[in-house]
Design a protein around this ligand. Sequence first.
Ligand code: AMP
Length: 403
Amino acid sequence: MKIMVINCGSSSFKYQLLDMLTHTVLCSGLVERIGDTAGRLVHKKNPDTDTECKISEDGVFPDHTAGMMRVVALLTDPEAGVLRDLSEISACGHRVVQGGEEFIRSTLVTKEVLDNVRKLSPLAPLHNPAGIQGIEVVMKILPHCPSVAVFDTEFHATMPPHAYMYALPYAFYEENRVRRYGFHGTSHSYVSRKAADFLGKAPEDVNVVVCHLGNGCSISAVRAGKCVDTSMGLTPLAGVIMGTRCGDIDPAVPAYLCAQTGFSPEKIDSVLNRESGLKGICGLNDMRDIHAACAAGNAKAVLALDMFCYSIKKYIGAYYAVLGSLDALAFTAGIGENDDITRAAVCAGLEGLGIAVDPAANAVRSSEPRAISAGGAKVPVLVIPTNEELAIAQAVQRVLQER
Ligand code: AMP
């Protein structure tokens, strides 16, 4: 079985074609600057092997359909292609950011499903329209191919009301659907299952705190395979400090800033999403640049890194208390998988909770799941590379089997 995974943004999309027998990536790629005069496509055949064939094309892609038409042509291209016929694709999995309370499982897309996803767009105005667009393009270009929507929110649907409700007038929940939804769910689900696997246990038998630390960052508390709390909220702005997003702040700050600066609520929202976080403090949002700046003695970079690690540490403590006992602390995504300095700083001082990192194990670079905890420490600290595309494809497979 071959499954195509599509992650669609407003002016770009990423794709991967996976062979589900071997879990290998047959090809992957990215189309960006859609609608611009300087569009670009990068397509990689056999990206995980030494037979990789990479094609980069500059071109004009007036819309997502044009980009997808080119990708589809490459799939059967004699040189760059990996298929004899497009009918070999069994299904397409689409990342959809917001599933609301309606979609608590990955779902085969029908017209009714699409209409309902569209109705959720006010809750994710930057993201859901893009996901819908990707689904519509596939329905047009690959009509034989069933589409499955896989929601970022679905893994968090098991949170109890006391974790997902905000202490606001109840009508805001009933009438405006204001509550915590959580995001990065595909990654939290995949990493918590892999962490259990690494420990040789079933997901039902472990409690895990997952730290997904990339450009966007979120932490989740997973009890017996089910999410019981997560740091992101109504939107992906809440929780720990991120590359350009502020994370948790006093909810009075936006209104105060509107009054003080004369900025519109939209402008303040944009500042909180795009000009805050690590970037707001030190002007840099890429963690590698921040480490370089710290090494060069940049005090604001040092402060940004300290604030970042402190905000993560607080969530780990909070979720340890939520779970009562902890079988693993798992780090994943760009920073979580690659940055030993952040992992060490986050875990420093948590020895009393049974969490301690072994410096030599922490320094190892690898793309494999691994333990980095100090010998004798009670709680295994793990680095588990995430694989959201594979997790989406596996969700698609489950939906097809249940049909
Ligand atoms: P992601 O959104 O998962 O792709 O993660 C992006 C983040 O990972 C950026 O802040 C990168 O700076 C960070 N990152 C990637 N590689 C490394 C590395 N070797 N050391 C530190 N941070 C890294």
